[in-house]
Design a protein around this ligand. Structure first.
Ligand code: NI
Ligand code: MN
Length: 226
């Protein structure tokens, strides 16, 4: 799989010939000024919850690319109201087989309101399984015990976890989360974008390494093979 980081909690994963874009927030992100939002391709846009820092560019990218938005029912309905007809609504515990693999929408401990004040449903995360590999994106969340279920469902190749603290888990809880989900290869997101969530990169990587785990921090705009 190819993983490209677009800053904050926005990334894309190339899987089975499809581009899956997660939580697009690029044009308002001062740290992602060098990313050309119009050059991003997407077949699917997966939105974890309704907050501005996860949906800001979703409408424009979906309209330009014709991508299908995958999210909870409330968020997909909100985008349908903006003229985006290709949406796939889900809710907690539900799975669906897409052409790239299976998506399960799972719980996150957080809040969710859309930028205009519309109720955004419950905030979630995604478990994606396919014959090219499996991964988990937690969305914005606190550490929670349901992550142990994620560790039971399947073997994960990697997981994308928030690590910036203050609004989500910080480093210490992300390390415990990686135990719960039984995955020692973690890509960190949701850090450095705002002063509240600035982290020390070397210290964060060292803390994971001390537990025999790997924390990968990808440069904004960079693509890695994973
Ligand atoms: Ni949020
Ligand atoms: Mn957020």
């Amino acid at each position: 799989m190819k993983f490209t980081f677009y800053g904050h909690a926005c990334f894309s994963i190339h899987l089975k010939g499809e581009n899956l874009l997660f939580d697009p927030f690029i044009t308002p992100n001062g740290k992602a000024k060098h990313v050309d939002v119009n050059a991003i391709s997407s077949d699917y846009i997966l939105v974890s919850h309704g907050h501005e820092d996860h949906v800001a560019d979703a409408e424009a990218i979906a309209k330009r690319t014709g991508a299908t938005i995958i999210s909870n029912f409330e968020i997909v309905s909100w985008f349908q109201g903006k003229g985006i007809e290709k949406g796939h609504p889900m809710n907690f515990g539900g799975s669906w087989n897409f052409n790239f693999g299976k998506v399960k929408y799972v719980k996150a401990d957080h809040s969710s309101v859309l930028p205009d004040g519309t109720y955004g449903g419950n905030p979630g995360g995604f478990i994606v399984t396919s014959d090219e590999g499996n991964f988990y994106y937690a969305g914005d969340t606190a550490l929670h015990l349901d992550m142990k279920l994620t560790g039971e469902y399947q073997k994960l190749d990697f997981a994308v976890l928030p690590i910036g603290d203050n609004f989500t888990m910080g480093i210490e809880d992300a390390i415990i989360a990686s135990d719960f989900i039984k995955c020692d290869k973690i890509i960190g997101v949701h850090y450095d974008t705002f002063p509240y969530i600035e982290i020390n990169h070397e210290e964060a990587k060292r803390k994971f390494a001390e537990k025999g785990k790997e924390l990968i921090l990808v440069e904004i705009g960079q693509t890695i093979n994973i």
